[in-house]
Write a protein that binds this ligand. Structure first.
Ligand code: FE2
Length: 413
């Protein structure tokens, strides 16, 4: 597993080596659920209510939705005699699983003031008690099925832990008081200079080939042909981004894709997300509050469009997700994990032969394979134990509220 720096206080890797799988899964379940609570702890009830844009969700909703996931996909089918905590909750806390029933309109999650945060705390406790009992008493003939679903639920909750940070940072960015989510937080510092390393070329294997957990979109493993190339060892930094800005990067249409230039014009982009300028220079709102932009740190909160324009300005390219994966596996890039997700120039598409599983959980990844770009690596907000070399994150090209940055690649001319 890759090493991923994280502000997390707890190690939450779902796989903990213990001889009895019941004990192992009970411990993993408790650790991941505790991490969610740790991330919620600095937030007031008012903080947890806010939905600052349609793409973001209230922290309260994240805490409830991850709980509904276990209730819907583990307890209801597998815990005999389990009683749903509140029959009204599935409508509110189902996100996008059409096969699991009707659901509330996503952009209006912030309008739901009741159930309260206290109600959600009680919901989590109810489901935690039932889950712990189910795991500890799992019958031998169904244990493997139940634990596989628990594992999906834990990785799902970890994804929402990252979203709790990114969504709340967006909400705090609307507040004139420069709120610090984690007042003692300091940005992690990646290693790596600005040299380029020779990428292994030719036929290469892509996808997850281990015996641990992966999402269905990381399979089937398959072969891809890579052209000779040299990949940037380090992440693009704020200092390099400032050069791009000083050189007119945001006011030069020739550097931009058509949709990207439209985004620059309509959204008024002139710097990465959460950057502000005053007499002292540029600063950025981070998890630790407002901080001066540090030229040595990786640039963060940029869209695919911005990453693409930067690469064009630099006379380089963005790597494909396959080039990125081969480079990460070869150990020739620095800062791959635990800093910023790295945009690739790969559209989010199924691997050859991919089929989503039947049933509601088959809606997890496959139905989103259009109009999004792949990001690789992991970010400073990704919980410990969640990152993988084959992991495929994906967002629309204009999204920049995630901890997203880039590295470059060059080809022989
Ligand atoms: Fe979800």
């Amino acid at each position: 597993m890759p090493r991923a720096a994280s502000p997390s206080h707890a190690k939450t890797a779902p796989r903990i080596v213990k001889s009895d799988p019941r004990e192992r899964w009970a411990q993993a379940y408790g650790a991941v659920r505790a991490e969610t609570e740790w991330r919620a702890a600095p937030l007031s009830e008012e903080d947890q209510q806010i939905q600052s844009m349609p793409d973001a969700s209230p922290a309260k909703w994240h805490r409830a939705h991850t709980t509904w996931f276990f209730e819907q996909f583990v307890l209801v089918p597998h815990a005999e005699g389990y009683e749903i905590f509140d029959q009204r909750f599935p409508f509110l806390f189902n996100s996008y699983y059409v096969a699991a029933g009707p659901r509330h309109y996503r952009p209006e999650r912030g309008l739901i003031t009741r159930p309260s945060v206290k109600d959600i705390v009680a919901y989590r406790a109810h489901v935690d008690a039932a889950m712990t009992q189910l795991i500890e008493k799992a019958p031998d003939d169904r244990a493997a099925t139940i634990f596989a679903l628990v594992e999906v639920g834990l990785h799902h909750e970890q994804q929402h832990q990252e979203l709790m940070f990114t969504d709340m940072l967006h909400a705090f960015a609307q507040n004139p008081f420069d709120i610090a989510y984690l007042p003692d937080w300091q940005p992690p510092r990646p290693e790596g200079g600005n040299e380029f390393a020779q990428l292994p070329s030719g036929l290469r294997t892509i996808g997850y080939d281990g015996d641990g957990f992966c999402f269905d979109n990381e399979r089937p493993i398959h072969q891809t042909y890579l052209q000779p190339a040299r990949i940037g060892r380090g992440l693009v930094t704020n200092g390099e981004w400032l050069e791009f800005m000083r050189d007119g990067g945001y006011v030069t249409p020739a550097l931009w894709l058509s949709d990207g230039w439209s985004a620059v014009e309509t959204q008024g982009w002139s710097a990465p997300g959460y950057w502000r300028q005053d007499d002292a220079g540029w600063s950025i709102l981070t998890l630790g509050g407002l901080k001066p932009v540090d030229p040595a740190l990786p640039v963060c909160h940029i869209s695919y469009y911005e990453a693409d324009a930067f690469a064009r300005w630099a006379g380089k390219h963005l790597p494909t997700e396959f080039e990125w994966e081969v480079a990460a596996r070869a150990g020739i890039i620095d800062g791959a994990f635990g800093h910023v997700w790295q945009w690739t120039r790969s559209a989010y598409l199924p691997y050859p032969g991919y089929r989503a599983d039947p049933g509601a959980l088959g809606e997890y990844n496959g139905k989103f394979m259009v109009n999004q770009m792949v990001l690789r690596g992991s970010s400073l907000a990704t919980p410990q134990g969640h990152a993988r070399t084959s992991y495929r994150n994906f967002f629309p090209a204009a999204a920049r509220w995630q901890f997203s940055g880039l590295r470059l690649i060059e080809y022989p001319t």
